[in-house]
Design a protein around this ligand. Structure first.
Ligand SMILES: [Cu+2]
Length: 93
């Protein structure tokens, strides 16, 4: 029953994605950095950091960052609370 297998596989993928996804509310884009962390850019241009383990962490506004593809970005804001609130809301059963 290959079709059945495909459906099960697909829903497993969906489950794992939603388990790790941050509440994307207000996040315009997320950029991978060289060191494995991710910077989330909110719609208002402010940013929040997430380390490679999926935890939010603080970064000072104005700090330079290197993206995975070698570009430079400058940190704007430090919206770590906004990010972790979104994560917490998401983890509620
Ligand atoms: Cu940053």
């Amino acid at each position: 029953m290959p079709a059945f297998k495909a459906v099960v596989g697909f829903s497993l993928v969906l489950l794992s994605v939603s388990a790790f996804a941050i509440d994307r509310e207000g996040i315009e884009k997320s950029v991978k950095l060289k060191d494995g962390s991710t910077v989330h850019v909110f719609k208002d241009g402010k940013m929040a950091m997430e380390n490679k383990f999926g935890r939010p962490y603080r970064m000072k506004s104005g700090q330079p960052m290197q993206t995975a593809d070698g570009q430079s970005m400058t940190m704007k804001g430090d919206e770590v609370a906004r990010l972790s609130n979104g994560q917490r809301a998401h983890m509620k059963p």
